[in-house]
Design a binder for this molecule. Structure first.
Ligand code: GLN
Length: 536
């Protein structure tokens, strides 16, 4: 029988519940268990796909084409295991299946209610990852305990524990223990109160993970244990990490959180194997081959979460090359105002990530011109590839007003155009080209050198594509189509002949990069940046 761990959060949001859940999963995996992760998001959107990056941060795309919460990115990066659409449920998704079942007559004669119908649907979601080859499912509940919208989820967890029985279910509550500077003290009261809220709805957490800026003294842990009704040894400290989020599991392991989890679940405590992880952290913290500066020219820069997987993948590229990666986040509209040279002058590599809509496009194009002309390693992703194509058409192939039909109508040179099967699509939710698709890699290209394979699978999220009417003229001018869909129709990767490293892809390689195994394109991009820097 699959066992369940529920992770809730108290006091404030942004405590890093996703990171903690991912860290626990890693530790349990490294003790020989097969673990799956999922997140429940209490908002009403069916998925985050229609939300602005400023609202939600990055939308993480799974292999099976679900648009999901960015915490799934942490899950995959920590555990190295793919998630799927059953790793993320929202209130909207739960309600929409209950309501369509009601319309189909699935509840004929009955009044459909939050309890039991919504809570039953939530319990089905919780069990959707159960399988003979899954030992433990970890479910993270988004939001903060006490929010009105998370109540049905918590009620479902309470019921589930009741039904599954002690020993099969475990609650971890992540809470904040703030340090009040003026008083020179750490405060446990907010945690006591949030555990109190949980208790009023019938949930008593087994383990408390305390997020804090400073080490907790014994007296604080004792107080927490006493007032929150947990064992003293199950009050775990999770202090802010010094260098990297990848250190979080090590801190938890030191306090044997994983051991207690297994004991509580009645599972055997096997040895913990973390040597590769420790080695990885060591090369991350002590890079012995210098540093490079990479500029990310985006359009949602003010919110760090908007490009979460990109920043992580660049860090992974650094780990693989044993080099420190300094990130410079540059808003493309700033380049429109101040010029590329001024903002990009001390840069060893330029990355233009994905995005939607016309704002900031000209700034991205200016950054690409700068990278192309100065021979600075360039990596374009999704919208970044589309901009690279526009730039090349305008400034190398002489099509002055080349553009994408996403940004302007009645174009003379629509080098980027809506995909054929998108032309009749009007609904916005979940209708892009989503998920993993195969891609053939051309021999004797830098792309091939990176991948060392002639066929790869990569994840997509787009409506527009390269317009094949322009393939010949682009080729004649020095653009190589180094990755194509197996039928040869979709241009998935382009690169430039006469440039040290200029690669742009229609898909999102950042979703497949992990700290133990950097994505080959990110790895080689960072390597090219190092080479370029050395030559300077
Ligand atoms: N807006 C572009 C498209 O829909 C690019 C999407 C993206 O960068 N994810 O094709």
């Amino acid at each position: 029988m699959t066992k369940h761990i529920f992770v809730t959060g108290g006091v404030v949001s942004s405590l890093g519940k996703g990171l903690t859940a991912a860290s626990v999963a890693l530790l349990l995996e490294r003790r020989g268990y097969r673990v799956r992760l999922q997140k429940m998001d209490p908002y009403l959107n069916v998925d985050p796909g229609t939300m602005s990056p400023f609202q939600h941060g990055e939308v993480y795309v799974t292999v099976d084409g679900a648009e999901t919460d960015l915490d799934l990115g942490h899950y995959e990066r920590f555990t190295g295991k793919d998630c799927g659409r059953n790793s993320n449920f929202t209130t909207g998704r739960i309600y929409s299946s209950v309501i369509s079942r009601e319309r189909e007559g699935g509840y004929l004669g009955k009044t459909v209610q939050v309890i039991p119908h919504i809570t039953d649907e939530i319990k089905n979601a919780i069990c959707s990852l159960d399988a003979p080859d899954v030992d433990i499912v970890i479910t993270e509940i988004g939001g903060t305990v006490g929010d009105i919208e998370s109540l049905p989820f918590l009620e479902a967890l309470r019921q589930y524990r009741q039904e599954a029985g002690v020993g099969n279910v475990l609650f971890i509550h992540i809470t904040l223990v703030p340090y009040i500077k003026a008083a020179g003290e750490m405060k446990t009261k907010p945690s006591q109160q949030s555990v109190g809220v949980l208790r009023t709805i019938g949930i008593i957490p087994d383990i408390l993970v305390c997020r804090c800026e400073r080490h907790m003294a014994d007296e604080h842990k004792e107080k927490m244990a006493l007032f929150c009704n947990v064992d003293r040894k199950l009050v775990i400290e999770e202090k802010d990490v010094d260098h990297s989020i990848y250190e979080v599991p090590l801190g938890l392991a030191e306090q044997e959180l994983d051991v207690y989890v297994l004991e509580k679940l009645g599972l055997h405590v096997n040895n913990l194997r973390m040597s590769d992880w420790r080695k990885m952290i060591n090369s991350l913290i002590h890079p012995d081959r210098g540093e490079v500066t990479i500029s990310v020219v985006g359009k949602y820069i003010s919110l760090r979460d908007s490009y979460k997987s990109i920043y992580e993948a660049l860090t992974h590229g650094g780990i693989a090359n044993r080099v420190k990666v300094n990130l410079k986040m540059i808003e493309s509209e700033e380049i429109e105002k101040k010029g590329a040279a001024r903002l990009l002058k001390n840069t060893d590599g330029i990355l233009v990530p994905g995005g939607f809509g016309g704002r900031g496009i000209e700034g991205k194009i200016k950054a690409i011109t700068y990278a192309r002309e100065k021979g600075i390693p360039f990596f374009g992703i999704c919208l970044g590839m589309q901009c690279a194509v526009m730039e090349f058409a305008r400034n190398v192939c002489g099509m002055k007003n080349a553009n994408s039909t996403e940004f302007a109508e009645r174009l003379e040179h629509p080098v980027i155009d809506l995909m054929e099967n998108q032309k009749d699509v009007t609904a916005k939710g979940g209708t892009m080209r989503l998920g993993s698709y195969p891609c053939k890699i051309k021999d004797k290209t830098k792309t091939r050198k990176a991948y060392k394979k002639n066929r790869v699978e990569e994840r997509h999220r787009h409506r527009y594509e390269f317009n094949n009417a322009y393939r010949d003229v682009m080729k004649e001018n020095g653009m190589i189509f180094s990755g194509l869909s197996p039928d040869g129709q979709l241009a998935e990767i382009v690169e430039l002949i006469s440039h040290p490293w200029f690669i742009a892809c229609q898909f999102h390689p950042e979703f497949q990069s992990t700290p133990l195994k950097a994505h080959p394109l990110f790895r080689d991009f960072i390597a090219a940046a190092m080479t370029g820097k050395r030559k300077k």
